[in-house]
Design a protein around this ligand. Structure first.
Ligand SMILES: C[S@@+](CC[C@H](N)C(=O)[O-])C[C@H]1O[C@@H](n2cnc3c(N)ncnc32)[C@H](O)[C@@H]1O
Length: 257
């Protein structure tokens, strides 16, 4: 998203400044060049994002086709971010490592999964990223469940511009999750709720065979202890490639007592 201010692309002005042609003999003084600060700021952000993208694609390499889809998604996200808060503004320079690579790393933990459901998708992490990555896989689908209408509209637009196999549900997870038709291989959630609640959300899909991958922060141990009060679980923990977080993998859950 480049917003060029008026005249932002013009060469610096060399027109006369005050004092020129007024009889002073000290020589012509040049007008101070006007620097379009918003344009300079955008360009600085562009180059930080480009460097961050290189870093992210080292952590989580993708095909050229997926990269092109992700580029379109990021361009759209930056455009919409001006009017809808889709990601924390402080994370914009690191969209690729903080959000894209963080989402892509799930693919290696479910290499055979074709049908995904992402709960509380927000701005599309990990759901839209997974849909972009699955676009070349026959029979792939990614359900994205989001209850805020504006965000769901963004998700639909993201799926459209990336021509990815996403299905957006504008709905409460609790009302919707067991109405997702067709089997789901893997259910995901990121920054949605504490683990014991996530398990409750995902349980209907897990009962039908889905495994769960939940992206969690550093305090995962405390969340696991709390979850174990309500659920019999045998979690597998994977260190996040992109920060201090963890990915909790669950293949079965059973409500306690
Ligand atoms: C903090 S955001 C995280 C978004 C995204 N997963 C990410 O990591 O960037 C949580 C999102 O979940 C949605 N959400 C929270 N509770 C929900 C529910 N019960 N049903 C549907 N969406 C929900 C919110 O509207 C919000 O967009």
């Amino acid at each position: 998203m480049k917003q060029r201010g008026p005249g932002g692309d013009r060469p610096l002005s060399r027109r006369s400044g005050p004092g020129e042609g007024t009889g002073h003999r000290s020589g012509p003084s040049l007008a101070k060049p006007k620097i379009d600060k918003s344009n300079a700021k955008d360009q600085a952000l562009d180059s930080i994002i480009a460097a961050d993208k290189r870093e992210a694609l080292k952590l989580a390499p993708v095909s050229r086709e997926t990269e092109e889809r992700l580029d379109r998604y990021i361009a759209l996200l930056r455009e919409w971010q001006a009017k809808t808060n889709l990601v924390a503004p402080s994370t914009l320079p690191h969209l690729w490592t903080r959000h894209i690579a963080d989402s892509l790393q799930l693919l290696d933990l479910a290499p055979d999964a074709k049908r995904w459901a992402d709960l509380g998708s927000g701005g599309g992490f990990p759901g839209v990223v997974l849909a972009c990555a699955m676009a070349g896989t026959p029979g792939a689908s990614v359900h994205l469940v989001e209850r805020i209408a504006k965000k769901a509209a963004f998700l639909r637009e993201a799926i459209r511009v990336t021509t990815s196999p996403g299905v957006v549900h504008l709905a409460e997870i609790g009302d919707n999750v067991d109405r997702i038709t067709g089997p789901v291989d893997c259910v995901t959630a990121r920054a949605l709720a504490p683990l014991h609640q996530l398990i409750g959300f995902a349980e209907p899909l897990m009962r039908q065979g889905a495994k769960a991958l939940f992206l969690k922060g550093q305090d995962v141990e405390a969340e696991l202890t709390e979850a174990a009060k309500y659920w019999n679980i045998q979690p597998q923990l994977h260190r996040s490639r992109t920060g201090d977080g963890w990915i909790v993998e669950l293949t079965s859950v059973e409500r306690r007592g």
